[in-house]
Design a protein around this ligand. Structure first.
Ligand SMILES: [Fe+2]
Ligand SMILES: [Fe+2]
Length: 272
């Protein structure tokens, strides 16, 4: 068997038929390849299962971290669960497909570039990606005034937490404790960027408040990350922060990838 690589992709958005077709055509380069899927597969539980099921048939290991779209309670989905209940159902469905989630022990990549614990994370956002000196309520009001409001405000319910930011803080606390107990380097995989800098080129800067949390700014260094993987911004590129590569691996919507000449396939994360 050829030596494998660790690949990453996100924002498959398979409710678009063109994206679904793209997923149907994805193949590993080697039988030993792993694939991490960093969220925004789609809005329906059945779409998540279809996608991860197909990918699991082809890749030696598949890991998933939820995006905001999976967490929506959307009218197109017969599953009407909200918040944590919906997340737990998604985790169960992944486990039935032998796909690893943020609730499972982090597997160690022993191939080239390893050993590394590959950690899919579910951290959400807490509205702290906003200009210094602007409070949360004002930042949100500014977004409404500009007409740039993330649909999460209507569709991503935090139940039983009082707010999305409270859910985020709980996730950050639990996850930080798990990562601190590791004794190997990591690959950190989250739907949202772990550092604020990549959000500075957003076309609508007020949208950054739905893109992450300042609580994770030192995580890549603190948890010896060899790489960070994220999506959500739909701006595929690689940047370096504190000497660590951060890969934005989104496919995005057809209208976005058509401008770039086609959807980009999985990005090789390890070996670097
Ligand atoms: Fe997305
Ligand atoms: Fe997203």
């Amino acid at each position: 068997m050829e030596p494998g690589s660790l690949f990453a992709i996100s924002d498959l958005h398979v409710s678009y038929p063109e994206n679904r077709e793209f997923v149907a055509g994805l193949r590993p380069a080697s039988d030993a390849d792993w694939l991490v899927v960093a969220g925004d597969v789609g809005e329906k539980v059945a779409d998540l299962e279809w996608t991860l099921g197909r990918l699991r048939e082809r890749y030696a290991k598949v890991l998933w971290a939820p995006g905001n779209h999976e967490l929506w309670t959307h009218k197109s989905d017969p599953v009407t669960l909200r918040g944590e209940g919906r997340y737990r159902l998604l985790v169960e469905r992944c486990r039935a497909l032998d796909v690893l989630t943020p609730e499972d022990p982090y597997p160690v990549w022993e191939g080239a570039g390893g050993p590394c614990a590959v950690a899919p994370l579910f951290l959400l956002y807490d509205y702290t990606f906003r200009p210094d000196g602007v409070d949360q309520a004002t930042a949100l009001a500014n977004a409404y005034e500009a007409g740039i409001v993330c649909r999460d405000e209507m569709l991503l319910h935090p139940d039983p937490y009082p707010s999305r930011e409270a859910w985020c803080r709980a996730r950050v606390a639990q996850t930080g404790a798990r990562l601190a107990a590791l004794d190997v380097p990591t690959v950190l995989v989250n739907h949202f960027p772990l550092v604020e800098d990549p959000t500075r080129i957003l076309r609508y800067p007020v949208f950054a408040q739905w893109c992450g949390t300042r609580l994770t700014a030192d995580w890549p260094v603190r948890f010896s990350a060899k790489a960070v993987v994220y999506g959500h911004l739909h701006i595929p590129r690689t940047t370096t922060h504190d000497g660590i590569p951060h890969y934005e691996v989104s496919v995005g919507y057809p209208r976005e990838w058509r401008r770039r000449g086609g959807p980009r396939g999985p990005v090789r994360v390890l070996p670097a």
